[in-house]
Design a binder for this molecule. Structure first.
Ligand code: FES
Ligand SMILES: [Fe+2]
Length: 478
């Protein structure tokens, strides 16, 4: 069998992530050694999945109503009555702290004539509809119907008078919701994520130090996929190739964990595209990029690896900045870009310091979406837990650079953003009706598409609809 035939076996030149981990100067956290790469096939994927309002409607009906999604952080819900409005794909939930301290999520639509009960986050004593004044307690129980004599059919029936609830789970400070009351529990759905983050990858006990949400001119999957592989670094982020091992990144797909995947891009090691690069050059390029240090500021001794030398610099600098001891943290944790993904659209980074968290949601049309970027930070020793940073809303025509506190990350993001409207435009091109994914580097994307199909087909079957209705959108087998 040739390399071309052996699906999922071909890899780029250069050391693999596991090769690099084997040379780490510290013990590597066990989760980072947990890797599998289940191949996902090679069939092309229809572009209509990204551009058609009909497919967006299928996702709205059967994906966003049945999956676990991050709605907010517990710090948004400190006191009873604190609530966040989580809007996604035409659905709206009110996520709130009740008087007994639990967190609940209710469908945000009045049981009278459907009015959205809350349009903004905040703190209330109860949820009162602005139209005719029907009112619910924080736990979703009906509290008041003006002229109640006129509505005996709902007033006296607890099964009809409570606000319908969604499932709620809490993980690493984040609050997740699933509108499907019959969906498997979060603990099962996200088991791999939960297990891996038992190691302190920087989310536990952190607070939101930065939060921006931008409207992006591309389908939510186009945007999400732009952050899911290192393949695009060569053309999109050429400035990082000297110190980023792009083509030899690792993509983990565990056969027993369909909803959790991982992308691990080693840093402090050069791109295989560049051929031989001197270790001093790798260290110089990385330190110039990350710390604006001049060439040669940190010498790499003969025979040493730039990765190990730079990691030591970062351990000291980051430890000082965050007021913590990083001396036992692995090179991988202090250097690499390690991005977990919880299907459909939540992605926390793993590392030390101030990890980022991403979230994507569809926009008003298939051609737009919302992307949240959140930065978590430790609470300084002895300090009171600060309030979460307010959400900065960045409009379609604005740049990430307008988000205060985004820092130099905005420049890298803008390189990604420049591609997105062009990708979206190509989704309507009739020259070729499909996208073609790589066997390995883009396998997670193919897997996400297959999972979307799974939810769409299950939903259709539940509604007694026929598969033939959606056949043209589906990812073919193989
Ligand atoms: S629509 Fe809400 S009270 Fe009438
Ligand atoms: Fe990128």
């Amino acid at each position: 069998m040739t390399a071309v035939d052996a699906l999922g076996s071909a890899r780029s030149s250069g050391p693999s992530v596991q090769d690099l981990l084997a040379t780490d100067t510290r013990p590597v956290p066990v989760p980072l050694l947990d890797h599998a790469a289940a191949p996902q096939g090679r069939a092309d994927v229809p572009k209509a999945r990204y551009a058609s309002p009909e497919f967006a409607a299928l996702e709205a009906a059967y994906l966003w109503t049945r999956t676990w999604q991050m709605a907010c952080h517990v710090d948004h819900l400190r006191a009873p009555g604190d609530h966040v409005v989580y809007d996604v794909a035409g659905q709206s939930l009110i996520v709130t702290r009740t008087r007994d301290g639990t967190i609940r999520a209710h469908h945000n639509a009045c049981l009278h004539r459907g009015t959205k009960l809350r349009t903004e986050d905040g703190r209330v004593a109860s949820f009162r509809c602005p139209f005719h004044g029907w009112r619910w307690d924080l736990d979703g129980q009906l509290a008041e119907i003006p002229s109640g004599w006129d509505f005996p059919q709902i007033r006296d029936d607890p099964t009809r008078s409570c606000l319908p609830a969604a499932q709620v789970a809490e993980w690493c400070g984040f609050v997740f919701v699933n509108p499907d009351p019959g969906a498997p529990p979060f603990e099962r759905y996200a088991a791999k994520l939960i297990e891996h983050f038992e190691h302190d990858f920087g989310l536990q006990d952190r607070v939101i130090a930065f939060h921006a949400v931008k409207e992006v001119p591309a389908n939510w999957k186009v945007c999400m996929e732009a952050f899911g592989e290192g393949y695009h670094s060569l053309a999109t982020h050429p400035q990082i190739l000297e110190f980023a091992a792009d083509e030899n990144s690792q993509y983990s797909i565990w056969p027993d964990s369909p909803f959790v995947t991982r992308f691990h891009n080693a840093f402090g090691s050069h791109s295989p595209h560049l051929g031989d690069v001197d270790e001093q050059q790798v260290a110089d390029a990385y330190l110039a990029f990350a710390a604006k240090l001049p060439k040669g500021a940190v010498p790499v001794p003969e025979g040493a690896a730039a990765r190990h030398v730079v990691a030591e610099v970062f351990r000291g600098a980051m430890g000082e900045r965050y007021g913590c001891d990083l001396s036992s943290r692995s090179d991988a944790e202090v250097l690499d870009a390690i991005l977990y993904h919880l299907f459909p659209a939540f992605a926390p980074w793993a590392g030390v310091g101030q990890p980022l968290v991403y979230r994507w949601r569809p926009g008003a049309t298939p051609d737009t979406c919302l992307m949240d970027v959140i930065r978590m930070a430790p609470v300084p020793d002895g300090a009171e837990r600060p309030d979460p940073a307010p959400v900065q809303r960045i409009a379609l025509d604005q740049s990430w650079r307008e988000a205060e506190g985004m820092g130099s990350l905005a420049d890298v993001f803008e390189q990604d953003m420049a591609n997105l409207p062009r990708v979206q435009a190509g989704m309507s091109s009739t020259g070729k009706a499909t996208v073609t994914f790589g066997d390995y580097q883009e396998a997670r994307m193919r897997m996400h598409h297959r999972l979307i199909d799974r939810f769409v087909l299950e939903g259709l079957a539940d509604d007694g609809r026929d598969r033939s209705e959606v056949e043209r959108f589906l990812v073919p087998d193989g």
